[in-house]
Design a protein around this ligand. Structure first.
Ligand SMILES: [Zn+2]
Length: 301
């Protein structure tokens, strides 16, 4: 077992779907049914609306559910969808130990964007060092949430993820398969890390052009995507740098990555050296033996 190298290039696009889904599954039972007693905001460019409007809107509202669409975490309130996107370095935590019960023990941290005080002596803290995160508020009236979050493809962990639809979205395009997997209109929530891992699992080279990929290979890829994502969720997501679970602890999936960030190391499946190439300006990791550039004949089952 080779050690896991830290990603220092910043080419990772964490958090991706599994990290946000891990957070959602942890936050939901701890926050559902709690009333937002008050909200304190601090100057930060993460707010997509006047923070005073946000404070007034959410105060007194009950958190009915915590849901997710792609990489958006959605607090379903009585009248609003309160939406947080973690960006690159956002951390959403429910600390058990935060000093005094009003959260004042968190003072002095310049990266905290907001602190929500909830019923049952809980607080919810959003902290974002690089401030690519986003805090939004949408009314529950009117058109569905989906259309207002942009044109996102199906959720790979949801019931709307269907083979024929997936094949249709890939089409017969000239584009390289890795680029298409990163397109949120094809599959929502998949970023650089899990695209590389799913391609490895399906045995498909990331630089292959979609129109030359056989149907049976696309089927393998269709099946590999949710499998890789679900496995990552089970291990609390991947932590390369900033991602933290709601407890403040890192995820554990980084030790199970098969190709991402492992260039120069040997493939656990065949022993060949993992390589790295750049596709659509993103570092792409693959095993040249398990993911040949030229398609192999379909294996006989
Ligand atoms: Zn290999």
């Amino acid at each position: 077992m080779t050690g896991v190298r830290r990603c220092s290039s910043g080419s990772g696009s964490l958090p991706e779907l599994p990290e946000v889904e891990t957070l959602r599954r942890e936050l939901e039972p701890r926050l559902r049914g709690r009333v937002i007693r008050s909200l304190s905001t601090f100057p930060s460019r993460v707010f997509q609306l006047d923070p005073a409007v946000l404070e007034a809107a959410v105060t007194g509202q009950t958190i009915r559910a915590v849901s997710r669409r792609a990489k958006y975490l959605i607090f379903e309130l009585d009248r609003w969808y309160w939406i947080i996107h973690l960006g690159m370095t956002g951390q959403l935590t429910v600390p058990d130990d935060f000093g005094e019960s009003n959260g004042s023990g968190l003072g002095g941290d310049a990266h905290i964007a907001l602190v929500a005080r909830l019923s049952g002596a809980r607080i919810l803290v959003f902290r974002d060092v690089r401030k690519f995160g986003r805090v939004m508020l949408l009314s529950r009236d009117g058109s569905g949430l989906g259309s207002r979050l942009g044109s996102l493809g199906p959720e790979p962990l949801g019931s709307g993820y269907l083979l024929e639809d997936f094949l249709g979205r890939l089409g017969k395009r000239k584009a390289r398969i890795k680029s298409l997997l990163l397109d949120q209109k094809v599959v929502a929530g998949v970023g650089n890390i899990y695209a590389d891992e799913a391609l490895f699992e399906a045995g498909v080279h990331p630089a292959r052009r979609v129109r030359y990929i056989r149907r049976w290979e696309k089927v393998k890829l269709f099946e590999a995507i949710p499998r890789v994502l679900e496995r990552a969720v089970r291990h609390g997501g991947t932590t390369l740098q900033d991602y933290r679970r709601s407890s403040g602890n890192p995820g554990e999936f980084q030790s199970m990555l098969k190709v991402y960030g492992r260039d120069g190391l040997s493939c656990a499946q065949c022993g060949s050296t993992i390589q790295k190439t750049v596709i659509s300006q993103r570092g792409s990791h693959f095993c040249p033996n398990c993911q040949p550039r030229k398609p192999r004949p379909r294996p006989v089952a």
